[in-house]
Write a new protein. Structure first.
Length: 277
């Protein structure tokens, strides 16, 4: 009788696999600085004043990078923008202009794709019988820039007569401010018979005579507020006298003066900020 025999086999465990080595990407300069700040903040032997100085340095570095990204995106957005055709007519000034809807329809897809968002509001500090319209432009990198424009809201025309109620005048100033800030921020040309911006949706600009007396008074007022040189401005507009400016170019002249006034205001604010620092 054959006896069954048991054989025992030694169980050899499978070799342990080593976890794959993950190479960490080197930290950027700002990330390395932030890491150093965190370590310093947790170290009781490090003076808190030093930590605050490092944190301030980090914020300045990040602020400059965000501003550089803002400027780069603004350049790219402006390169993609075309002139916007006029789609509305002002019967009082005998001039045509691009409505906010026309500007928004063309510009919004471009500036949002570049990472910008716009917020309009009002702010205190405007001269008497004026309204201060603001536009805060924020970029996804973190930089924010605010533009301001002071506009009359007294309901009076260029000759000083009442033309509308104060409520109507304020609403008109807000609408005007939004339209012109949008143009000034992105340096948008309007009219001059070009309808590419609206894809042919606006009528061709009508040739007209020279500007009216009211338009002349408005331009002279803007020249004074922008601290512009009248003779140089006439050369810029290619006319011998301001009175000779074609009515068809009135909106372009206003936009140029508003842009200069905005730059002048920003320059003054910048000087005040540097003086107070």
């Amino acid at each position: 009788m054959t006896m069954a025999t048991e054989t025992s086999a030694e169980i050899i465990p499978p070799p342990r696999r080593r976890a794959p080595t993950v190479e960490q990407a080197p930290l950027s300069d700002s990330a390395a600085l932030l890491s150093a700040i965190e370590k310093a903040a947790l170290n009781p032997q490090v003076d808190i004043g030093k930590v605050e100085q490092l944190l301030a340095l980090y914020e300045r570095i990040e602020g400059r990078r965000a501003e550089a990204a803002f400027n780069e995106a603004l350049t790219a957005a402006q390169a993609a923008m075309r002139p916007v055709a006029t789609d509305m007519e002002n019967s009082q000034t005998r001039s045509r202009y691009a409505s906010y809807a026309a500007l928004d329809r063309v510009l919004r897809p471009i500036y949002t794709n570049a990472g910008f968002s716009l917020t309009f509001n009002t702010a205190p500090g405007a001269p008497e019988a004026h309204v201060r319209v603001t536009c805060t432009v924020a970029h996804r990198a973190g930089h924010v820039r605010t533009y301001t424009l002071d506009l009359p809201a007294d309901g009076k025309g260029a000759k000083g007569g009442d033309t509308m109620s104060r409520t109507h005048a304020t609403a008109s100033a807000l609408s005007y401010g939004m339209r012109y800030l949008l143009r000034l921020i992105f340096n948008i040309a309007v009219g001059e018979g070009d309808d590419d911006g609206n894809k042919g949706g606006a009528q061709q600009q009508i040739k007209q005579g020279t500007i009216s007396a009211e338009q002349l008074a408005q331009l002279r007022k803007l020249i004074a507020e922008a601290k512009a040189d009248a003779a140089r401005f006439c050369r810029y507009m290619k006319v011998a006298r301001l009175e000779d400016l074609p009515a068809s170019r009135f909106e372009a002249a206003v936009a140029a003066l508003e842009a200069k006034r905005l730059r002048e205001a920003q320059s003054q604010e910048s000087k005040k900020a540097k003086g107070g620092a």
